[in-house]
Design a protein around this ligand. Structure first.
Ligand code: FES
Length: 118
């Protein structure tokens, strides 16, 4: 079996309403996994790129969150209409720049958005 070239980790974490951290899947009914799989299939990337459910990626303040490895592409504030462009970007090698988190927002406690939520 060939190795996957990319893994798309899609946060599916749910927290109770009113939690100050928020979450990426408030009602537990996110269609993201299904939509990513459909977009990959439509692009002929099944077996090349895998869409994975993920728990909290610790970027709740930027959610809904998606991260793609091994490219280290951290996408924030993703909505359904962004899914096909994200997959198209994987196929073309051109990431969807407008949704990429800024470098100083990734895994830092000094992120201005994190500070605003806590
Ligand atoms: S709940 Fe999605 S990143 Fe934390």
């Amino acid at each position: 079996m060939a190795k996957f070239k990319h893994h798309i980790f899609i946060c599916q974490n749910t927290r109770e309403a009113g939690n100050p951290r928020g979450c990426c899947n408030p009602d537990g009914k996110s269609p993201f996994i299904k939509l990513f799989k459909e977009a990959l299939r439509a692009k002929g990337l099944e077996g090349v790129v895998r869409a994975n459910k993920a728990g909290c990626l610790d970027h709740c303040e930027h959610g809904p969150m998606v991260v793609i490895y091994p490219d280290e592409l951290w996408y924030g504030r993703v909505d359904e209409s962004d899914i096909q462009p994200i997959v198209d970007g994987l196929a073309s090698g051109k990431p969807l720049e407008r949704l990429l988190l800024k470098e100083d927002c990734i895994n830092t406690s000094s992120c201005e958005h994190k500070a605003a939520k806590t």
